[in-house]
Design a protein around this ligand. Structure first.
Ligand code: 6GU
Length: 245
């Protein structure tokens, strides 16, 4: 997988991806991350890459020329996606990451200020993506989120098992994890995890996943098919905890 990132701050992209799993994935040649500095392509004599918005209003808009020229300098020969990261985009999800991970090459445009000239979007962008309902100072942080979440789905970047069992792949949030020591500041590991009965443990984990999902993300349960056993557990749990559904 090749990521080509068009940005005013290539160092943000390159430095943040030079650690841990992404670093190793690049060393192994599983992914490649290139950062292209949009400013290198401006023909403005003061090297400016933004200008005032037509129609007036607050802030500055990134001009089309350096972005389009930067894109044309790295345009992949094969079909490819061009992602523009913007709070006005479609909401990014694990499903979206899975889709993107099937591509060979992805071009990512990072915006700044009040955004980029609409003609860039009309001319080259295939996907406008937002990583959530809040505002960032620039697209770089969103680009890093996309690069990280897509990279870990690329074959051999992480162990396949861990990619499958996770939150959002199963539809429920993950169950709590414990490691040594057995007791930390008076808090013991739940007894059941020590019993060695894997069927029982699996059941306990499933119920813990259900409880965590209800507590933190009840919206996820809308699209989730509960088994009869799940229902029975939840009804009993609510009774004992005196929770009224
Ligand atoms: Cl992609 N960019 C910016 N600037 N803010 C955001 C965003 C993107 N996604 C959510 N907030």
């Amino acid at each position: 997988m090749i990521f080509k990132v068009l940005t005013l701050f290539p160092e943000v992209i390159l430095s943040a991806t030079n650690y841990s799993i992404l670093k190793r994935a690049q060393q192994k040649g599983l992914i490649k991350i290139e950062a292209i500095n949009i400013r290198d392509f401006t023909i403005d004599k003061h090297k400016r890459t933004d200008d005032y918005p037509y129609g007036g209003g607050f802030g500055m808009v990134m001009t089309a020329q350096p972005i389009i020229d930067a894109y044309e300098s790295i345009k992949p020969a094969k079909p490819h996606r061009v992602i523009y990261l913007t709070p006005q985009g479609k909401t990014y999800t694990q499903r979206y990451a899975e889709q993107l991970s099937k591509e060979k090459e992805i071009v990512i445009i990072c915006g700044h200020y009040e955004g980029i000239d609409q003609r860039v979007i009309d001319m080259i962008v295939t996907d406008e993506i937002s990583i959530g309902d809040y505002v960032l100072t620039g697209g770089e942080y969103a680009a890093l989120v996309v690069i990280d979440s897509v990279s870990r789905l690329v074959k051999d970047v992480i162990e396949e098992k861990s990619a499958q069992e996770e939150s959002f792949s199963t539809g429920l949030l993950e169950y709590p994890q414990y490691t040594r020591p057995l007791e930390f500041r008076g808090r013991k590991v739940p007894e059941i995890l020590l019993c060695g009965d894997h069927k029982k443990i699996r059941k306990w984990r499933r119920y813990q996943s259900l409880l965590k999902t209800i507590k933190n993300r009840p919206d996820l349960l809308k699209d989730f098919e509960l088994t009869d056993e799940d229902r029975e557990f939840l009804i009993k749990y609510c009774e004992t905890q005196k929770i009224v559904l």
